[in-house]
Write a protein that binds this ligand. Structure first.
Ligand code: RB5
Length: 147
């Protein structure tokens, strides 16, 4: 469970999702890739929901969602119970999303972030533990807002 990730994208995130999945697998993370597997246009909420369902079912510890900007995926994912999704553009944000927010879903935007930086972001996200302490109280307050 510690090293498991469930990934999905829309058509605009297809290529970067493949890069991110490759980066995760290179770290020894077991990845369940939920697609899509063609470039046909799809709706990002449908794929965000699939990742949320996989996390809720306990199939993975982390989620990865990629769309054109990462914005639609993050908006959608954060409506799903148990999801704390972070749209990250920098390694620093990825580290802080884990260390302070205990984020469990990483969102990326293919039209915004290049493959090299995305790889570094994925590695930072997966490598950084939650700090707990005062942050745990805050994350509990966030979790309590699940409806
Ligand atoms: C698709 O064109 C695009 O709107 C979508 O990938 C995403 O960027 C939405 O937030």
């Amino acid at each position: 469970m510690a090293d498991t990730l469930v990934a999905a994208s829309d058509h605009a995130g297809l290529t970067l999702r493949a890069e991110a999945v490759k980066a995760a697998r290179a770290r020894g993370v077991e990845v369940e890739d939920l697609g899509p597997f063609t470039a046909d246009s799809v709706d990002y909420p449908d794929f965000a929901v699939r990742v949320g369902e996989a996390l809720a079912a306990g199939r993975a510890r982390f989620g990865l969602l990629v769309c054109g900007t990462g914005i639609g995926m993050s908006i959608t994912a954060n409506k799903l119970a148990g999801v704390r999704a972070a749209l990250c553009r920098t390694e620093y944000e990825a580290r802080m999303a884990r260390a302070h927010n205990d984020a469990n879903v990483l969102c990326l935007g293919e039209r915004v972030t290049g493959a090299g930086l995305a790889t570094a972001i994925v590695e930072a996200f997966l490598a950084t533990p939650f700090e707990g302490g005062r942050h745990a109280r805050r994350v509990e307050k966030v979790n309590a807002l699940d409806r």
